[in-house]
Design a protein around this ligand. Structure first.
Ligand code: BTN
Length: 326
């Protein structure tokens, strides 16, 4: 593990540590500690350096931890987990697993990063991914029956995340079709499913989840939609990111492992309960134009239903964008 990351681990307690004490712990010189901490700025981590006292984190930080995440998993989920990759910086956890999938990584391979340089959002957007503040998590699964067996998976993952948040005491989270999680009407989290493989043959699927946990206002200026995070939504300190990752994986691994057999049906009722736009005025933007109407939920395949002057139309995810009408 890189020296800088090991120093950040030691500083996580929020106390001052002298350069000498840090160096002693890691078997390096005080100068090497100083040098490693100079580069913390590129992560956006602010360090207080006070002569005679040493170094301290300016803001609280909880780093991702393999042992804590693994021990939060039930035995079934531990068995489904093939490998848990944790990175300090990555372009994108989804991209990492899509590449690994092409190199034979197993179903149940999981990747988390403290920061993404090129986090991917839906429809080619970027996902703002500052260091240590939020959760960026992806899971790989192989589907022997091909892409059609993953129909509705992105909606099911939305349910999984909402229920994991509820388990941690974060309530009033709603789902906006196809796979946004909203808190107080603003975006709290998003799901990005990527897949590759033969049309009728085996394929691999990566389910990526980004949750805003404690976003700084500075970084959030890059977000081009109304947003919130767990801290603002719950109006109290957020849950531990390790506990959050564990709670999500505890539901997501069994969901992905069973999905080829179960399909979307077991998640349908729960999705409907969490639907933010049911009976709400909506606008659907499709390549053939705009449809104004009222959301009337989803069907058993996960397609959106909208009632309008001409009757009820169904829309599939990927084809259209949906907005709450003013
Ligand atoms: C959306 O646009 O709502 C989907 C956002 C998905 C972001 C997550 S963060 C972890 C994973 N890796 C990525 O590059 N994207 C997804």
């Amino acid at each position: 593990m890189a020296t800088r990351h090991r120093i950040l681990q030691l500083l996580q307690d929020g106390h001052f540590h002298s350069g000498e004490a840090l160096g002693k712990c890691l078997g390096i010189s005080r100068a090497a500690v100083w040098k490693a901490l100079q580069s913390a700025g590129e992560l956006g981590v602010r360090i207080d350096a006070v002569s005679g006292r040493g170094y301290r984190l300016a803001d609280p930080l909880e780093l991702l931890d393999h042992t804590q995440i693994y021990s939060a998993l039930a035995t079934t989920s531990q068995e489904l987990l093939a490998r848990l990759h944790l990175f300090e910086i990555l372009d994108s956890t989804n991209e990492f697993l899509m590449t690994r999938a092409a190199e034979e990584a197993d179903s149940g391979t999981v990747c988390l990063a403290e920061m993404q340089r090129a986090g991917r959002g839906r429809r080619g957007r970027s996902w703002v991914s500052p260091f240590g503040a939020n959760l960026y998590l992806s899971v790989l699964w192989r589907f022997a029956q091909g892409p059609h067996a993953a129909q509705g998976l992105s909606l099911a993952v939305g349910v999984v995340v909402a229920d994991a948040l509820r388990e941690l005491g974060i309530t009033d989270v709603q789902l906006k079709w196809p796979n946004d999680l909203l808190g107080g009407g603003a975006k709290l989290a998003g799901v990005l499913i990527e897949m590759a493989g033969e049309a009728g043959g085996p394929c691999h699927v990566v389910a990526g989840i980004g949750i805003n946990v404690c976003m700084s206002e500075d970084v959030a200026t890059e977000i081009d939609q109304e947003w919130t995070d767990l801290t603002r939504h719950a109006d109290r300190p957020p849950p531990s990111r390790n506990a959050l990752a564990g709670a999500i994986l505890n539901r997501l691994l069994p969901c992905m492992a069973g999905y080829e057999e179960s399909g979307f049906l077991p998640y349908l009722e729960r999705w409907r309960q969490l639907d933010a736009l049911c009976e709400q005025p909506v606008t659907v933007h499709s390549p053939s134009g705009e449809v104004y109407g009222e959301g009337v939920g989803i069907d058993e395949t996960g397609a959106l239903r909208v009632r309008h002057s001409g009757g009820i139309s169904r829309f599939s995810a990927g084809e259209v964008t949906l907005r709450r009408a003013q």
